[in-house]
Ligand binder design. Structure first.
Ligand code: UN1
Length: 508
């Protein structure tokens, strides 16, 4: 999909060619190459051409961020926050246009891309408010006439690598707390959704952010992401994406002594107990499994259902799933858009095949690509439900990241918990029950970073910590005040005003 910018421009109705943003200027990649960004609902529609950047572009962007850093670090946090407030206001003004562009490049339905943009707005307001707090502590000293306290300090230049499923929300989780804390950043968005981040970065430019504080470099993981991770000036790498890539980044970052925050896969369970409100559970399961076409790391990809209600639940779920309208996300009648690209299409169909052949699960609905009429030009898959899935089945263990969910029967609450916890991931979980004791028991014992009661596995809010345990993360949490722990370092200050040498721990 590579071609030169000039070739791209030769076409009569050529889509626009976009640029990188380095040191406050819009510049092409140094090699002049671009890649095409396609609409996954209709691949004949090219959204735009974006710089196919390499290590040289990363070098330039990191140098710009490093140059901007010393001055930005000394801008008082309430002033840094004012830029962030302004970014929030620009996103509110442009919400509709940004969201439409996002649906065009990413595929999810307009209602959801509006939600994605809203999440970035929420994050802007939340993080900006923190500019007047950023609390440290004061504490006692064991010595007389001495103060002891802690303050937050910036880390330096941060490398941010973001995925395509939340094209603006996830970049906002990283860029906003990073710059509030006094860092400068280079962001490399997923090659499938560079336009959303381009528009986000445009908002920083319009807000008057000093040049070099936020830099954007587009390109592929191997050619643009990798040199960002290993660049010696980068002090911190924050990545959201697959566990496979995340583990590789963690190794490289550890090798170079960099701080690293990872948010990776999920295999989230939604438990339905025999005392659940079944209507509610079915609604939650449909939204959790097929919202964003199942392409959320929080997707409800396992439905663990009590044997007493499984027949009824299954029947209701399949009925609701078959009624979902699949099609281009810009048509408000549609509820489920395409998957992101050809690779993802093949991957999901491959798992559907494994579910039937290797796992011997019962395919209850969906299970195929949709190609009627105009859908043939996009990556559409019928929402798929498997029944009678064994807890150890491949489709019940591996993250599919598509519109596929697996109903796993269970005998009782204890077994439900054991099945829910019996995977390598630990992002989100949910339980539908009317028994308050069971609900608390589940909240205590589900091995996940996020746990819902009588609500689906998706729908996290930005002012609360987001992240998971086991194969999902590496101990960090995005969102909430916990994000500050990623993007700042603690500095401990001692002030001795006794006028003489005092020695801690030493008594003479
Ligand atoms: C993701 O799936 O990568 O909680 C992020 C949610 C959204 C964020 C999901 N607010 O589902």
């Amino acid at each position: 999909a590579k071609k030169t910018a000039t070739n791209a421009r030769k076409k009569a109705t050529a889509p626009p060619t976009y640029a990188n943003y380095i040191q406050g200027a819009w510049v092409p990649s140094k090699n002049g190459e671009v890649f095409a960004n396609h609409n996954p609902a209709d691949t004949r529609d090219i959204v735009g051409y974006f710089p196919h950047s390499t290590a040289e572009d990363i070098d330039a962007a990191v140098a710009a961020a490093a140059e901007a850093y010393p001055r930005w670090r000394l801008v008082p946090p309430p002033k840094r926050a004012e830029y962030i407030f302004r970014v929030g206001e620009i996103l509110i003004r442009d919400k509709e246009a940004i969201s439409r562009d996002m649906t065009r490049e990413m595929g999810k339905v307009l209602k959801e891309t509006r939600g994605d943009t809203q999440e970035a707005i929420d994050m802007a307001y939340f993080v900006a408010g923190e500019g007047r707090r950023l609390y440290g502590q004061t504490t006692t000293s064991e010595l007389a006439n001495k103060f002891a306290m802690t303050v937050r300090d910036a880390i330096g230049v941060c490398g941010l690598i973001t995925p395509w499923n939340f094209p603006i929300a996830i970049p906002s989780w990283k860029i906003l707390p990073a710059i509030l804390c006094g860092n400068t950043v280079v962001i490399k968005p997923a090659e499938d959704t560079p336009l959303s981040v381009y528009r986000f970065v445009k908002a920083f430019e319009e807000a008057g952010l000093p040049p070099g504080v936020v830099n954007l470099v587009t390109g592929y993981g191997e050619t643009a992401g990798a040199p960002l991770v290993t660049h010696p000036t980068i002090r911190l790498v924050s990545f959201t994406g697959s566990t496979q890539v995340g583990r590789l980044i963690a190794t490289q970052a550890a090798d170079k002594g960099k701080k690293c925050s990872l948010e990776m896969g999920g295999k989230n369970a939604l438990i339905v107990m025999d005392d659940a409100n079944l209507e509610l559970a079915v609604e939650g399961a449909v939204w959790g499994a097929f919202g964003t076409t199942g392409q959320r790391c929080t997707a409800a990809s396992r439905l663990i259902v009590h044997k007493k209600v499984i027949k009824k639940f299954t029947q209701m779920l399949v009925e609701r799933t078959q009624a979902l309208r699949v099609g281009p996300g810009l048509d408000p009648a549609n509820e489920v858009g395409p998957v992101i690209n050809q690779d993802q299409l093949e991957r999901v169909l491959h798992y559907i095949d494994i579910g039937q052949t290797q796992d011997k699960a019962k395919l209850l609905c969906g299970g195929k690509r949709l190609t009627e009429g105009d859908l043939a030009h996009g990556y559409f898959i019928a929402p798929t439900v498997f029944g009678d899935v064994a807890p150890q089945a491949v489709i019940a263990q591996e993250e599919i990241f598509g519109p596929v969910t697996a109903i796993i029967p269970c005998q009782d609450f204890e077994e439900a918990l054991a099945i829910a916890n019996g995977v390598g991931y630990g992002l989100s979980a949910s339980i539908y029950t009317s028994d308050i004791n069971r609900a608390f028991h589940a909240m205590r014992d589900l091995e996940t970073g996020i746990c819902y009661v009588n609500a689906p596995t998706i729908g996290a809010e930005v002012h609360l910590p987001f992240g998971g345990v086991k194969g999902t993360g590496n101990g960090h949490r995005e969102g909430g005040l916990q994000a500050l722990e990623i993007f700042s370092e603690w500095k401990t200050l001692y002030v001795d005003f006794s006028g003489r040498l005092q020695k801690a721990q030493i008594t003479d």
